[in-house]
Design a binder for this molecule. Structure first.
Ligand code: FMN
Length: 190
């Protein structure tokens, strides 16, 4: 059986980041470039990002709205993103896409794999005060902050094997809505 690409096989979401690691402006731009080129329904591109690099003013403002759980690990990441999606608001000329959240997820997935290609790791999280963050950055009503993402490098000595909590996955056959009971039957046409 062919193997999963290493970018996928070696992706995981750490809760530990190298507090000494910094990203250059070009690297941050490249990560966002990956999100920018994600597919979206009708090419609606319904996403936007608040971008805080550790040590800068935006990062400091983002930090103040983390929940207790994410405040335990996210601050040491090199980059914090708040991920915004366009949402329906009456009386605006924005053409609402019912796929907006789906598309934002794809954009973050693209960013995640670009990060992996750069030797970096991403953990997405919901553990923040959405209302407070919305007010802090005066997010307009036609945008919603959905998630945040922490991006950074692993500290020396930390690896998937040493650190990742066991993250099981449902069996492949459980994902397939046919009568297949093993991967060998996937294309049997039943
Ligand atoms: C939309 C979304 C929200 C998440 N929220 C949190 C969160 O609030 N706190 C956290 O520690 N991890 C959060 N995660 C990370 C998931 O727990 C993690 O991706 C999952 O357990 C699978 O682990 P893996 O990414 O290492 O394979 C979130 C992930 C996603 C995609």
């Amino acid at each position: 059986m062919p193997e999963l690409h290493p970018l996928l096989a070696e992706r995981w979401s750490p809760t530990v980041f190298d507090a000494g690691h910094k990203l250059s402006e070009d690297q941050v731009a490249l990560l966002l470039e990956a999100a920018r080129w994600a597919p979206s329904a009708g090419n609606s591109q319904p996403w936007a990002f608040i971008v805080g690099c550790r040590g800068d003013a935006v990062h400091r403002r983002l930090l103040t709205h983390l929940a207790k759980s994410s405040a335990a690990w996210a601050p040491t990441a090199s980059l914090l993103l708040a991920n915004l999606v366009h949402r329906y608001v009456e009386d605006t000329d924005w053409e609402y896409s019912e796929f907006a959240h789906y598309d934002l997820g794809q954009a973050i997935a693209h960013l995640t794999f670009q990060a992996r290609a750069m030797g970096l790791y991403v953990r997405q999280f919901r553990a923040f005060d959405r209302d407070a963050l919305t007010a802090e950055f005066a997010v307009p009503a036609h945008f919603e902050i959905t998630t945040m993402a922490a991006v950074g490098a692993l500290p020396a000595g930390v690896s998937m094997e040493t650190h990742r909590a066991a993250q099981g996955r449902r069996a492949l056959v459980d994902l397939v809505h046919t009568s297949a009971t093993s991967p060998g039957q996937l294309c049997s046409g039943t």
